[in-house]
Design a protein around this ligand. Structure first.
Ligand SMILES: Cc1cc2nc3c(=O)[nH]c(=O)nc-3n(C[C@H](O)[C@H](O)[C@H](O)COP(=O)(O)OP(=O)(O)OC[C@H]3O[C@@H](n4cnc5c(N)ncnc54)[C@H](O)[C@@H]3O)c2cc1C
Length: 380
């Protein structure tokens, strides 16, 4: 299945990503998930293969393309790679770099964007804090101006790729309370006072690293600020809308994988003398999975198409995320059920996908916050 907007160009990107994932990810995917880490060299291998640059301007070291190309690439990497944790870790630049691409200076592009896309440097986005993630306007990490530096103190948590990141794009409070006092600043690994305080253990996404970070009087040049001082909130919200579409796309890919695994299993597995696909209940389960999957793919594709036409609405992206998230949880739950006891075993892919799926109603803005956005857009 592909998105309706796809052309031959997307098919070529899919072929590249499929080949890359089959060669460099799939053979080790289960082992990396169990080890809770994929090799750091994979960033460089993926950069060299041109996989990390899809959707970024060629002038900055990317392959060109737009959100549609990113969705097609991510779909293929997830399905062929069979490791959600690896793909989300490898793709953390996808939420960290866009604000730099859109609002950064040429010097910032050269220092931060091109080295990630071409040489596999690792970027992470750090918005969430131990004190709260949903209420972004209340973030507490403080950046005080001191000459041509900010002195930054505070903490961030749940940061994807934060353990190994070469730099984090962090939301910090440079001004007064509320959304008008927030700036985005790049904090580089090795800055005195920047510490990875914990690698967090989690339900799913095992191959990706998730960090708690501490900043204790980190001196960061003003030149590392992205966009205007106190002007980060609209950038963060714009970035969230694109991230939510990418998360919706991941849900579609995970569900597609769980659905395919289920079809293969029910054709093979026998009960009461016949393959379990022979029971009408089994076929109806699969039909429900396929229908919801098609609906979520269609909505994600429509909202992405509108976004590419410049009609990016926060409410529509939130709708796509919630619909895709619910669908993914439903499909993965059914996939486990169809696998019976094997569905509960760590050796079975759908067991892992079921755990991976649980993140999506939480990460990138919770299901409840998405409904808040939808309600606001709908005007009640
Ligand atoms: C694996 C993983 C990876 C992540 N990666 C990143 C990352 O790379 N960078 C980053 O910055 N963050 C990241 N996050 C953080 C994620 O975006 C937050 O967890 C999420 O936004 C929710 O914030 P919170 O956990 O503080 O929950 P809280 O904000 O404390 O919410 C707790 C509960 O209260 C509900 N709630 C809160 N406000 C309202 C309201 N107004 N109305 C109704 N219900 C409400 C929420 O929906 C939720 O159910 C990641 C999280 C996880 C688990």
């Amino acid at each position: 299945m592909t998105y309706l907007f796809e052309t031959e160009e997307h098919a070529a990107i899919r072929a590249t990503c499929r080949k890359f994932a089959q060669a460099h990810i799939a053979p080790d995917s289960a082992r990396w998930e169990e080890a809770e880490e994929f090799p750091i060299e994979l960033y460089r291998t993926a950069a060299a293969a041109g996989v990390l640059g899809i959707g970024y301007p060629e002038a900055l070291g990317g392959q060109g393309g737009d959100l549609g190309h990113v969705l097609a690439a991510s779909d293929e990497l997830l399905i062929a790679g069979r490791s959600v944790g690896t793909i989300v870790g490898l793709g953390s630049h996808g939420i960290a770099l866009p604000p730099i691409v859109k609002f950064g200076t040429p010097e910032q592009h050269a220092r931060f964007v091109t080295p990630c896309l071409r040489a596999g440097k690792i970027a992470a986005l750090a918005i969430t804090e131990p004190g709260g993630g949903s209420d972004v306007a209340s973030l507490a990490t403080r950046a005080e101006r001191d000459g041509d530096h900010y002195v930054i103190s505070g903490a961030k948590t749940f940061i994807t790729s934060g353990v190994r990141a070469d730099f984090v794009v962090a939301a910090v409070r440079t001004g007064g309370p509320g959304h008008g006092g927030v700036s985005l600043v790049v904090i580089e690994r090795g800055t005195p006072g920047f510490e990875v305080s914990k690698k967090l253990a989690k339900t799913g996404w095992w191959a990706s690293d998730t960090a708690e970070l501490h900043f204790d009087g980190c001196r960061v040049p003003i030149a590392n600020r992205i966009g205007p001082e106190h002007g980060a909130f609209p950038m963060i919200m714009m970035n969230f809308a694109a991230e939510r579409l990418m998360l919706a796309g991941q849900c579609v890919a995970i569900a597609e994988l769980a659905y395919r695994e289920s079809i293969a299993y029910v054709r093979e597995r026998k009960a009461f003398g016949k393959p379990i696909v022979g029971f009408q209940v089994t076929r109806h389960k699969l039909a429900d999975m396929a229908s919801r999957l098609a609906a979520a793919r269609a909505l994600t594709g429509e909202v992405a198409t509108r976004a590419m036409r410049g009609e990016m609405a926060a409410g529509a992206a939130a709708m796509a995320k919630n619909v895709a998230t619910d669908m993914c949880s439903f499909v993965c739950d059914h996939a486990v059920q169809l696998h019976g006891g094997y569905g509960y075993m760590r050796e079975t892919l759908v067991e892992r996908l079921y755990r991976d799926a649980r993140l999506y109603p939480i990460g990138g803005g919770t299901r409840e916050i998405m409904n808040e956005l939808i309600a606001k857009t709908e005007g009640y």
